[in-house]
Design a protein around this ligand. Structure first.
Ligand code: MG
Length: 544
């Protein structure tokens, strides 16, 4: 078998700025993160994905970069990064870093130079129009908060293209100098110990944009990037943020020659519809839409991330069902397509629903990704604008600022949630560390079980028929091992008949679940499930 580490990885994602403040200035940094690496390592995960940590005016959470070859001074130095990278490696943790190269900050020296001088070598790093393009207001990414995608720059005396906010001018991927610059950035960070890159806004990265012309996507760039990366570091990966239609997905994988991984946005959206309806059908429908992966391809599954929960691929009625369940107040909704809340509050902090959601996400063929703080059941701060409610400080203890920093509260760059059912007074690492029944310790067990079932990462999904509409049952097989996993999406307990293969009957070992194996059951194909219950079974290939 090929040694594709990402096939059986479990990722943990965080923003350095909100994780741990190591120098008491109110902003998280690499010193603090390095100090807390043991929390991450003891979760059992084996890969950390860092959100952008580059120098940035931080108008878009660091996705507005002014220097790709450095660490933001408020987060530390390149020396601190290398120290962190070394300490992570000692703990068996690989690093994936964010690569926001669709656009730069308008404060990037390239753009400053480009707008000042039409003959600058950096002018054509960006996309210009002498006249106002006809489609200047179409295709905004943040409806309600962004009004256009072309903005007039009086210094340049031209319009520039920005798929995101006006302070984020798009780089022109059609320019060879830009492509070479991206390769150089990638080459730089692999030398510092990075094992992969999360390509931000991937569908927009490969857009060929010209004023008043239809947009074309130049997916070949992903193959060029893959080629470059593979020669620099053979086992490094590319993971794309691409919330695209199923028929476009093969372009990203390129039959194994382009990107290694895509975030499973579709599975994510249909999972939440399935939770809202307490019915397995939407999830089965969503999973069936996904194309078959090439051998080197992989899905990255997640429940929540640092952005809104994007439900844009569901129908309007389906989205309304999700809103009714998880975001009934319009203030909890965002951009007409999503929910700006964390996982635990969406489920009213109900432990068995949180477990169900985690267990389901971990059981889908692919690589699970945990958003920092969700291992504790952290909450959101809806008084913050747009996507910021889910970006509060990590809750380490019940001390001031959740133990994140010792500065006065007003000096925190991002707030910490102290009060309320999900605040640090109740929910924090210290409390959950010493409680064997805490969510934190339960997530550790889940990680442990998932890592012992490599077929979930390697195999393809096979949906198993049951006689209960609320039960989602599936099987994954690889290398002679089989995992059969059951989830009851409904709050009522049930007994479900599951169609097993002949050699599975009586040969399944109960690995994990919210109840113990019922050994006295006379029908081996009937399983009892609690309300929101889940059970993982395995047939070990060595014992056939
Ligand atoms: Mg600091």
């Amino acid at each position: 078998m090929l040694d594709l580490w990402y096939k059986n990885a479990i990722m943990y994602t965080l923003n350095v700025a909100t994780y741990m403040d190591g120098n008491d200035d109110g902003i998280g940094d690499f010193k603090g993160l390095t100090d807390r690496l043991d929390h991450i390592a003891k979760l059992g995960v084996n890969c950390v994905w860092l959100l952008p940590f580059y120098p940035s005016p931080r108008l878009d959470y660091g996705y507005d970069v002014t220097d790709y070859y450095n660490v933001a001074p408020e987060l530390g130095t390149l020396g601190d990064f290398v120290e962190f990278s070394h300490q992570a490696r000692l703990r068996g943790l690989r690093l994936v870093i964010d690569l926001p190269i669709n656009h730069t900050s308008d404060q990037h020296p390239w753009f400053i130079d480009a707008r000042a001088d039409p003959h600058s070598p950096f002018r054509d790093y960006y996309i210009w129009s002498r006249t106002k393009p006809l489609n200047a207001n179409d295709g905004v990414v943040f409806p309600g908060y962004q009004s256009r995608v072309w903005t007039y720059d009086s210094r340049a005396r031209a319009w520039y293209f920005h798929r995101f906010y006006p302070h984020q001018p798009d780089l022109d991927i059609m320019n060879e100098a830009v492509r070479n610059e991206i390769f150089k950035i990638v080459g730089f960070w692999v030398e510092l110990g990075v094992s992969g890159f999360r390509i931000d806004a991937a569908p927009f990265v490969v857009e060929e944009v010209r004023p008043d012309e239809p947009i074309r996507r130049r997916y070949e760039f992903f193959g060029e990037l893959r080629n470059f990366l593979s020669w620099r570091k053979g086992d490094a990966i590319l993971l794309a943020e691409a919330n695209v239609l199923p028929n476009e997905m093969p372009e990203y994988f390129g039959d194994g020659t382009r990107l290694h991984m895509l975030f499973a946005f579709l599975a994510n959206q249909y999972s939440f519809l399935t939770f809202a309806r307490q019915d397995a059908e939407p999830l089965i429908r969503g999973l069936k839409m996904l194309p078959r992966l090439p051998q080197l391809g992989q899905w990255a599954h997640f429940l929540r991330n640092h952005d809104e929960l994007d439900l844009g691929r569901l129908s309007e009625e389906e989205r309304a069902e999700c809103y009714a369940q998880f975001a009934s107040d319009p203030d909890m909704q965002l951009y007409g397509r999503g929910i700006r809340r964390r996982l635990a509050p969406m489920f009213n902090g109900e432990r068995r629903r949180i477990e169900l959601a985690f267990s389901l996400m971990f059981s889908l063929p692919g690589t699970p990704v945990i958003y920092y703080g969700d291992e504790l059941g952290m909450g959101d701060d809806l008084s913050l604008p747009e996507r910021w409610p889910v970006r509060t400080c990590m809750q380490w203890s019940d001390e001031p600022n959740a133990g994140f920093s010792t500065v006065e509260e007003e000096r925190l760059i991002h707030p910490a949630i102290m009060e309320g059912p999900h605040g640090a007074a109740n929910i924090n690492v210290v409390v959950q560390q010493r409680d064997p029944d805490s969510l934190l310790n339960w997530v550790r067990r889940l990680v442990d079980v998932r890592e012992s079932c490599s077929e979930v990462g390697w195999g393809e999904i096979e949906i198993i028929e049951t006689d209960h509409p609320s039960v989602f049952a599936h099987r994954t097989e690889a290398d002679g091992n089989t995992t059969v996993i059951l989830h009851n999406l409904c709050d009522q307990a049930c007994c479900v008949r599951v169609t097993l293969k002949e050699d599975e009957i009586g040969n399944l070992t109960d690995l994990f679940g919210n109840r113990v194996y019922d050994a006295n059951n006379d029908d081996a194909q009937v399983f009892a499930l609690d309300g929101y219950g889940y059970r993982w079974f395995r047939r070990d290939g060595l014992r056939r």
